[in-house]
Design a protein around this ligand. Structure first.
Ligand code: 8YV
Length: 309
């Protein structure tokens, strides 16, 4: 009898195929009656592939042993509930670091030089009537990184290559890192030209980038959110971008994706991106492979490649 697993949302085709070759996969997101499917599988599902798993779902699957998340961020999984029920949780770290860091730099340059607007300027024939307005550069500026983890460090290195000064805030000072640590996010924002957000989501970081932080960043400051929409007081940010109290924003993530505040659509000081930090063939392939490896290791009773619980 194949091991039965539940898939909670659509995954990369190659990942779905690899899962189907190994397990009996039930797709919760495609079920016409989710409750009925869960009830039917309750005594058989030993693994979940994907996120969006709360305590209630765990309670309905008493044989559940492992949740293998597709993504490094696992804020859509109640890890405390998993721990209490002896359910393992894995994520997909490292394989997406380069893709994330590359698009972060891309969005920063796009915002500094208004690349999307410049493209429109050419396409709309406006160049024929005059030059595009002068813009700003990254070099010489200070970038404050919120969350100097694996991705944050890759971004830091690339910012240094851009001749930026790097400072950071997080829960702890990292003695081995050469960058200046700020124990206060407000103080770091005050000293930053750019504020890059790559901290994990979840309750402990919810709206950590408050109005006060954004005010400290100020009218010349720019925020780049690559982590989670939940990190920012989005309403305050939108209002401040409109009023000019905040200089600009490059946003890959939003509070209520894929809903994006329409007020942002007409703003010139904003670059918008559809949560595509890890969205390359190469990286998603590796993320999918890691989901499968974690499940395989678990069911073979081997050490998990990337366990978070
Ligand atoms: C998503 C991400 O997982 O890794 C993360 O935490 O946010 C992304 O890579 C991706 O959108 C797949 O759902």
């Amino acid at each position: 009898m194949p091991i039965e697993i539940l898939q909670t949302h659509k995954l990369l085709a190659s990942c779905e195929q690899a899962l189907a070759e190994r397990y009996a996969v039930h797709k919760l997101h495609e079920a016409p009656d989710r409750d009925a499917l869960i009830a039917d599988l309750a005594q058989r599902v030993r693994g979940i592939a994907g996120g969006n798993v709360d305590a209630a779902l765990m309670d309905r699957l008493p044989k559940l042993e492992i949740i293998a998340n597709f993504g490094v961020g696992y804020d859509s999984i109640d890890t405390r509930a998993a721990r209490a029920r002896d359910i393992r949780v894995t994520n997909t770290p490292n394989v997406l670091n380069d893709a994330m860091a590359e698009i972060t730099m891309g969005l920063m340059i796009a915002l500094a030089r208004r690349i999307p607007q410049a493209d429109q300027f050419v396409r709309q024939g406006k160049w024929l009537s005059g030059s595009f307005p002068l813009q700003s550069e990254l070099n010489g500026k200070t970038v404050g990184i919120l969350g100097l983890g694996r991705i944050g460090k890759e971004i830091a290195g690339r910012c240094q290559a851009m001749r930026m000064r790097v400072i950071y805030h997080g829960r702890h000072r990292q003695e081995l890192e050469p960058f200046v640590y700020y124990s206060s996010l407000v103080d770091m924002a005050r000293d930053s030209d750019w504020l890059v957000l790559v901290a994990p989501g979840g309750r402990s970081t919810e709206k950590i980038v408050s109005r006060q932080v954004l005010e400290a960043l100020g009218p010349a400051g720019r925020v780049v959110n690559m982590g989670r929409g939940s990190l920012v007081d989005e309403a305050a940010m939108v209002e401040m971008l409109i009023s000019g109290k905040l200089g600009g924003a490059a946003l890959d993530v939003f509070e209520n994706e894929p809903q994006v505040p329409e007020a942002l659509f007409g703003l010139d000081n904003v670059v918008l991106s559809p949560h595509q930090g890890s969205a390359t063939h190469q990286t998603r392939q590796q993320m999918g492979a890691l989901v499968v490896k974690n499940l395989e290791a678990h069911f073979a009773r081997e050490p998990l490649p990337s366990a978070v619980v």
